[in-house]
Design a binder for this molecule. Sequence first.
Ligand SMILES: *Cc1c(COP(=O)(O)O)cnc(C)c1O
Length: 224
Amino acid sequence: MTIKENLQKIKQEIPANVTLVAVSKSKTIDEIMEAYDAGQRDFGENYVQELRNKQPLAPKDIKWHFIGTLQTKQIKYIAPFVYMIHSVTSIKHIEEIDKRAKQNNRIIPILIELHIANEITKSGVDDSELFELLEYYNNNNFANIEIQGLMGMATFTNETEQIRQEFKHLKKIFDIVKEKYFNNNVNFKHLSMGMSNDYMIAIEEGSTIVRIGTLIFGERKYNK
Ligand SMILES: *Cc1c(COP(=O)(O)O)cnc(C)c1O
């Protein structure tokens, strides 16, 4: 199957109101262009340096989603163009994104990454850290950042019931946060959950953004 065929198949499976982010980490500009020519515009990258290399070579109307572990000192490099940052996990991140967004005269949409997996290796804040972060955000006036929702990664397992419970938890927290911290504001609207192995479960549990790499581009080979 070609990249185009893979995209068409996934597009047919997901509802029109769910955004498909094509995760292009480790993939070449040619592979990105194949997806682009098939109509894909939202792409996800995990590494700042890789994204900085690719962005100038790719079409300007691509919406770049940053989904990898975020390092505060690297935020300035993506602030001029990044479409959305999914992986915010600290007050330092929020302060730095707001500062760099201001310098670029823009508002950067962000998601807070919640740790939902039963694995210590996956990043994200826990529930109590999330509420601390939101208190802090609400007590300050960050004019150049907008929290639009939450992101999470389920445990990598074949136990679909476990995955479903983790997504259910994320959705529950999303609903609580939306009401308690955002007064049900419509701009708090995104739940970024679901990858190649679990996106249909994620959509059933309320996902609005799925991040899919392998199923579009094939297996990743990093030879660094
Ligand atoms: C790599 C990655 C994905 C895509 O994973 P696939 O299993 O290849 O679909 C999605 N989200 C994040 C945060 C990732 O790091």
